[in-house]
Ligand binder design. Sequence first.
Ligand code: HEM
Length: 407
Amino acid sequence: MTDFVYSPGEADFADRAHDVYRRLRDEFPIYHNENHDFWAVSRFDDVREIASDAERFSSEGTSLGENLLPHIQTMDPPRHDALRNLVSVAFTPRRIAEIEPRVREVAHELIDEFAERGQCDLLAEFARHLPSRVIGEMIGVPPERREAFLGCTEQMIGVTPDTGSDANVREPATRIYQEFTQLLEERRKHRRDDLMSALLEAEIDGERLSQEELLGFCFVLIVAGNDTTTNLIANGTVMLAHHPDQRRELVDDPSLIPNAVEEMLRYEAPAQALPRRTTRKVEIHGETIPADQEIKLVWAAANRDEREFPDPDRFDVRRKIGRHLSLGIGRHFCLGAKLARLEARVGFEELLARMPQYELEREPRWIPSIWARAYDSVPVRFDPYQTPKSMGMVSARENMPKRIHSI
Ligand code: HEM
């Protein structure tokens, strides 16, 4: 008998998360929560193997899809692959590199709003807006509707065992579908250079996508790319506040920022865990799991597995990270990975060029959520007149590789 419980989303879970994950890895590598009727794997190799095996571990019929129209994250092949191929062209390295100037421009504009104040809520005033403006423009969401979408996606973070998925998923999702129904109607009349127009034109085996598929696609593009990237940037800002020596290294040498972003992803996975469903009886660590059971892949625990990462609880922007699981793996590997990495890199390049030294006004608090690693706010204070130059350093922007400098 044990009193150990893994039940993410409970009021104090987020503060204890990494202790719980350690016990999961060490003592319960295959864990069963009978109350909430799910299993969980937490070791790096197990999470990687299950995420890569779509035959035995399906993405269909899990709690993630409850109250939602099907979308690629909740689909299996062959429909998953066919639908994903339609939009993957918009996320190729070349297409993502092309939007870098726009990402930098948005980052600039946002920082201009608070730079002279010497104080801001980095989450509410910067991290919240950068990803949503970028993906909103890619999809074709008009600027005046952006805030409505943001409110809906933020409501979804707050899913906990207490709130259930009705209030926090069904209701905001319905509003998102309504918004997109209207926007798609407008696009049917007037095509533009955006993802909604591309999806309306797209065909699989000579057939257009159904209205449900269109809505599901628009939904996943706007929801999957918003909070995750917001939290990567906001959480990373806090990590650098906790490690000012490492922040100074990034200010001094911005070419370290891409690696720092990988370490931020590894250290606090913005999407902590996502589910699969067993398609048949499987055996894991000597435990037999029947067919049709939900298994949570705890990315956040796998990323701190000492079997994979030496000294995993140490945050180190210079760590050599061959791989981590924060963006998934296999056929469901994050479609927006390159975009998220671009936004975080450019975001930190611009932030550190304008506020090379900052401190937290208070220690931020984690929001209870079954899947997200999210703070409630990140209030910071900084000297508005201090720049890398005034600190005797080369500015982050001046020190950037030519490719970026020419923009
Ligand atoms: C730091 C930011 C992000 C994180 C941590 C993240 C995390 C993930 C993870 C873990 C998965 C795998 C899901 C699974 O295996 O069940 C995934 C899939 C996905 N992500 Fe991201 N994501 C991020 C940013 C983005 C962005 C910016 C987009 C923009 C479009 C996006 C779109 C998607 C989509 C569409 C999928 C489903 C892919 C599929 O099922 O084939 N994500 N993401």
